[in-house]
Ligand binder design. Structure first.
Ligand SMILES: NC(=O)c1ccc[n+]([C@@H]2O[C@H](COP(=O)([O-])OP(=O)(O)OC[C@H]3O[C@@H](n4cnc5c(N)ncnc54)[C@H](O)[C@@H]3O)[C@@H](O)[C@H]2O)c1
Ligand SMILES: [Zn+2]
Length: 362
């Protein structure tokens, strides 16, 4: 497989992204093209570091870098300000300065926290993203949103800090558990619903259980990066509502994630449920035909993603969790609806009653 480069451009930034196979062993060479040799931190987690950090470290060392590995416990619970502070302390101890940079080697949790650390360390140093989950490749590693959670909600503390380089090595996906792999498709299906009807139809004949088809997967990841980065470039700081369409399914999805104490559902699974609910709201408030709603449910199920809540799941908890959402502006909801597959917009006509109904239907 040939690896391909994509240039991601926005108003004040431009960076390279590579998608392909066997890229980790060349990380030193790629990084050397964009960043000065010196000290850097590789931030990773307890699942990913034992598998891939050695390779990354060796490659960087042979290219003249001085890499320091910082490993944190795997999982969403590590995405805290306390953990970010501890990482910064370790970076100080390792002698990282303003000329240094940070590499995030892991899934979305590592991407978000390492990006946040890069954004604040010495008031901002470069960030290299090496996403190791499908979700992180197609979504969290691009767009520059970084951050940590608080006890009150997800991603409430953060910064927009664009990466300097992103490396998607498809080989790393071979060790990703099936459930983690499938949850990446929730974000892919979201992208299809909001921006690419053709991709939606292609996914309807994708064989999810088959060996991970590298060429098709490479193409799919590239297409998703294109969709997300184009939307981000138009509204980097989420001010005009353009970027907000990427939140499709997330208002209710995040509330479900929270109501499940962040351990009942993976992000992509909660999103899958949020997408189903957002389609129900879209049917009522934006004219989404019922057959399209059903097609979305069918596609999510194809990737073993949940489309119904467990019977006994406390629905009231989801409603309670909604008030922590950043998309509530002055008590009003900024809810993303899709009138037809391939397009989406922010609606201000959605009421809490509509949301309650959609959750009851789940
Ligand atoms: N910044 C953004 O724009 C953005 C967008 C979407 C999601 N996110 C964030 O991303 C996070 C979810 O990301 P995620 O699903 O990648 O979670 P994650 O980082 O927790 O990774 C999932 C699990 O897979 C393990 N893992 C990662 N790569 C592996 C590999 N190659 N082989 C074996 N195991 C591997 C991890 O250790 C972890 O246990 C959430 O915190 C979410 O808020 C951010
Ligand atoms: Zn998401």
């Amino acid at each position: 497989m040939v690896h391909t480069g994509v240039e991601i451009r926005g108003a004040g930034y431009c960076y390279q992204l590579r998608v392909g196979s066997g890229l980790l062993e060349k990380i030193g060479k790629y990084t050397g093209k964009y960043l000065h040799p010196g000290t850097c931190a590789i931030i990773s987690d307890t699942n990913v570091a034992p598998r891939f950090a050695g390779l990354v470290k060796r490659s960087l060392t042979s290219a003249g870098f001085n890499p320091n590995l910082i490993t944190i416990p795997a999982g969403e619970r590590s995405k805290t300000l306390t953990q970010a502070g501890a990482i910064c302390e370790q970076m100080v101890a390792a002698g990282l300065d303003r000329q240094s940079f940070v590499i995030g080697l892991g899934g979305g949790v590592i991407g978000d926290i390492s990006g946040f650390v890069a954004a604040v360390y010495h008031r901002g140093i470069p960030h290299v993203q090496i996403p190791t989950t499908l979700l992180a490749m197609v979504d969290s590693s691009i767009g520059g949103k970084t951050g940590v959670n608080t006890a009150d909600g997800k991603n409430l503390i953060g910064a927009v800090h664009q990466p300097s380089l992103v490396i998607d090595d498809l080989d790393v996906l071979k060790t990703l558990p099936c459930r983690e792999f499938n949850q990446g498709f929730a974000e892919i299906i979201k992208h299809a619903i909001i921006a690419d009807e053709k991709m939606f139809r292609q996914l309807q004949s994708w064989e999810p259980g088959s060996p991970r088809r590298p060429v098709a997967l490479q193409r799919l990841i590239r297409r998703n990066i294109e969709i997300k980065s184009k939307i981000v470039a138009k509204d980097e700081f989420d001010r005009t509502g353009t970027r907000a369409v990427l939140n499709f399914g997330h208002t209710i999805g995040h509330a479900i994630e929270r109501a499940g104490y962040y351990n009942r559902f993976l992000h992509g699974e909660a999103l899958s449920l949020g997408i189903v609910a957002a389609c129900a709201v879209s049917g009522k408030k934006a004219g989404l035909p019922r057959r399209e709603h059903d097609a979305v449910i069918g596609l999510l199920q194809r990737f073993a993603l949940p489309t119904r809540l467990p019977k006994k799941f406390p629905r009231q908890k989801i409603l309670d969790a909604l008030k922590f959402d950043k998309k509530f502006e002055g008590g009003k909801i900024r809810f993303v609806v899709t009138p037809q597959i391939g397009s989406a917009h922010v609606s201000r006509n959605v009421t809490t009653g509509d949301i309650r109904e959609a959750i009851d239907e789940l």
